[in-house]
Design a protein. Structure first.
Ligand code: C2E
Ligand code: CA
Ligand code: CA
Length: 719
């Protein structure tokens, strides 16, 4: 190598990026290039020849580094040609920077193989190293990120699978719509519930499900809630494809994008028809009786309370009828519970149609029912309702081949007269019902507050009269008719008396009007006439053979077609000659339809029975009519007779009647004669017969016989 070449080589090495060092076999520096001086911030001209690393790097490299440099130098000496070793170390260089250096060391030998020294090539690999670290860090970060993403993806995938499964298999119907409410997706349950498939409704607004059960306000609130809270939940009625309306529980949620705009709506609904049905059933039976399906006590009380509250404003009247079957236990005991149950059902079925729209019927207990009559007008309406129940029960029930008769006791209380409390109303009616049970008289009874006494009395009388007829409690008392000319008892009037089971005697004024109203007068009169006719035979046997008995006949009776036949039959039974019976008919009633009554009387009189006009003078008879009637006697009304001694008008009337009767060939009876002066006066005027307390009050059969016997001796006595 020429010097020129050596110089080029030196320049080349000085410009290289690596540090090049040559050391002698004792590791003393022979050569180093410029980068070495630059690294250690040394003067280029410093003489380093013969110096060791320890000399140069004192204060820069640590003891440990220096010994490492030395040991690798030694090792490099042992390497074969072409081999090298490397060493990496960190060094804080005089400028304060820490650099990472990598040195390659190899031996330098001559041709014979003798060691000339070692060569060291050192590079600053700091940058490389930090890039490498960066790469490693990036790699790690990426790996981590990848791992995480993979996990998320896996989870998401699993979730998605899961959600898909839920979406497909849930029993809730799900519909997903876009932000405008147009259907995008539905699940099978939605189809199951509504009947619609996705193909049929894709792009449609679910309002096709609307039932018209809810008003616009309802849907307005729904959308308002969705807009403000993004959520709505509630129950609503929708329409299936089949047209059927069904209840459902629905919740709708809005779905938002990252900017907070609504992108979708999800509606989840479940069909609660079955639930509703069960709920309704439970609800129904907690307020109804399972046997008859009638409201139970609870519902009845609620309704009653509501009606009473309402009527506090409207003034509507309410009657409560508490009804208890008589001897229902016997039906159960003898025929079994199934028959008993059926009886209750049929009974409810008979009463229900009697109710008005406002009224209600309930089963309160085993055989206890209650009716609330709302808005009745008069007490009579309640009475006729209670009577109708009686009529409904009068025909037997036919159950499983049995014919069952059943009665009910009904207690009645009214609002607001008896009480304003619904509980009290029921209690009062119950009390009244128990009175019915213990009285054995009537079928129904009012709770007796002061106001009800009269109505109650009438009801009591009605049922008592019916029972009295059956038991023959109506009997005749007799009041004598005495001849003015002979003083002889010519006959007697049979006057009805009601002898109650307790022995009390009730006068006709208290029961005849009611019996007439109830159309029972015929039965009463028949009892009296039959008994009177029978008693006649007793007196005849006692020797009183020419008496005529008078019986009172209500004009109402004359109307009945079989009236005459009935009288004939009674006479026939006892073989009493028809001439021995006289019928008294009041003037006022007779005059109501003279033509017709004349016909009826004709048939009686032509048979021999005689007829008298009772209470004559009070009925404004026209005399021409009087002539048409086949009558034999006029009975002057008591009111005229009473005052003949003091009232000139009455006297004049009585005298006129007597004289008129004489001219017409009629007999005259004066009734209500109480003293001898009256007898005298009447006799002087030509009155034929006297009836009154002066001779006798109406007497019982045995008393009357005594009376007759007592007068036997006086018969020819002049009064
Ligand atoms: P009437 O047919 O005018 O009977 C006469 C009434 O006068 C009887 O009242 C009798 O007791 C009463 N009387 C008789 N003498 C005197 C007297 O001297 N002084 C007074 N103050 N009163 C006297 P009674 O028995 O209470 O009967 C009342 C009415 O009831 C009868 O009036 C009659 O219309 C009706 N009645 C009585 N029994 C029957 C009957 O069996 N059937 C029908 N349909 N009506 C009857
Ligand atoms: Ca009479
Ligand atoms: Ca009379």
């Amino acid at each position: 190598m020429t010097d020129e070449h050596s110089a080029i080589l030196a320049r080349f090495l000085d410009n290289a990026s690596h540090i090049a060092i040559i050391k002698d076999p004792l590791f003393r520096f022979i050569y180093t290039n410029k980068p070495f001086f630059d690294l250690l911030d040394m003067d280029r001209d410093s003489d380093i020849t013969g110096k060791t690393d320890a000399d140069i790097l004192t204060g820069i490299a640590s003891e440990k580094q220096l010994s490492e440099i030395a040991s690798t130098d030694r090792k490099a000496c042992t390497l074969a040609a072409g081999e090298h070793l490397s060493l990496e170390f960190e060094l804080t260089i005089p400028c304060g920077k820490t650099v990472i250096l990598k040195s390659y060391k190899f031996p330098i030998r001559d041709k014979s193989g003798s060691l000339l020294g070692i060569g060291v090539l050192t590079a600053d690999i700091s940058q490389l190293k930090s890039r490498e670290q960066e790469l490693i860090d990036t790699h790690h970060a990426l790996t981590q990120e990848f791992k995480e993403q993979a996990e998320i993806l896996r989870d998401a995938n699993e979730n998605l699978q899961f959600m898909r499964h839920v979406f497909k298999n849930t029993l809730d119907g799900i519909i997903i719509t876009d932000k405008d409410g147009k259907a995008l997706q539905i699940n099978p349950a939605f189809t199951e519930i509504t009947g619609y498939t996705l193909d049929e409704i894709r792009g449609e607004n679910p309002r096709f499900l609307k039932s018209n059960y809810h008003n616009a306000e309802f849907y307005k609130e729904m959308w308002a809630s969705l807009a403000s809270k993004g959520f709505w939940e509630g129950e609503l009625w929708n329409r299936r494809k089949s047209g059927e309306i069904y209840p459902q529980r629905l919740n709708i949620s809005a779905i938002y994008d990252q900017k907070g705009n609504i992108t979708h709506y999800v509606g989840v609904n479940n069909d609660i028809s079955e639930l509703k049905r069960k709920e309704e059933k439970i609800h129904f039976y907690s307020y109804h009786d399972a046997l008859t399906n009638l409201p139970n006590r609870k519902l009845f009380s609620d309704r009653l309370r509501r009606e009473i509250e309402k009527s506090a404003k409207t003034g509507v009247k309410i009657a409560l009828l508490y009804m208890d079957l008589d001897d229902f236990k016997k039906v159960n005991d003898s025929l079994g519970y199934t028959v008993g149950d059926e009886l209750l059902k049929q009974l409810a079925g008979r009463i229900k149609p009697m109710l008005g729209e406002q009224d209600s019927l309930a089963r309160l207990g085993s055989d206890e029912f209650a009716v609330a009559l709302v808005g009745y007008k008069k007490i009579n309406n309640i009475i006729s309702f209670a009577q109708k129940i009686g009529e409904q029960l009068s025909s037997p029930f036919h159950i499983e081949g049995h014919e069952i008769f059943i009665n009910a006791s009904i207690g009645i209380a009214t609002y607001p007269e008896d009480t304003t409390s619904p509980e009290q109303l029921v209690l009062h009616a119950d009390t009244a019902m128990h009175q019915v049970k213990s009285s054995y008289l009537d079928n129904f009874r009012f709770y007796t507050s002061q106001m009800k006494t009269q109505a109650q009395h009438k009801i009591d009388m009605e049922s008592a009269i019916r029972k009295g007829i059956v038991n023959g409690e109506f009997v005749p008392f007799y009041q004598a008719k005495v001849s003015t000319s002979t003083g002889k008892v010519m006959g007697m009037e049979a006057l009805a008396r009601w002898v109650r089971p307790d022995g009390s005697i009730i006068p006709p004024s208290e029961f005849i009007p009611i019996a007439e109203e109830l159309n029972l007068i015929h039965e009463v009169d028949t009892l009296i006439i039959r008994q009177a006719v029978k008693d006649m035979t007793v007196w005849e046997e006692a020797g009183y053979t020419d008496l005529v008995v008078s019986a009172n006949v209500s004009a109402k009776e004359l109307d009945t077609p079989a009236f005459a036949e009935n009288i004939f039959a009674i006479l026939e039974e006892s073989h009493l000659p028809k001439e021995k019976l006289d019928l008294e008919i009041t003037e006022s009633l007779l005059m109501q339809d003279v033509e017709k009554n004349a016909g009826i009387l004709d048939s009686l009189c032509s048979s021999g029975i005689s007829c008298s006009i009772d209470d004559f003078g009070t009925g404004y008879s026209s005399l021409s009519y009087l002539k048409k009637l086949p009558i034999s006697t006029l009975k002057i009304d008591r009111s005229f007779v009473n005052d003949i001694m003091t009232d000139k008008n009455d006297l004049a009337i009585v005298c006129a009647i007597i004289s008129m009767a004489k001219h017409m060939g009629l007999k005259v009876v004066a009734e209500g004669v109480e003293d001898a002066e009256q007898v005298k006066l009447l006799k002087s005027q030509g009155c034929d017969l006297i009836q009154g307390f002066y001779y006798s009050k109406p007497l019982s059969k045995s008393e009357f016989l005594n009376f007759l016997n007592g007068r036997r001796d006086n018969i020819f006595l002049q009064e």
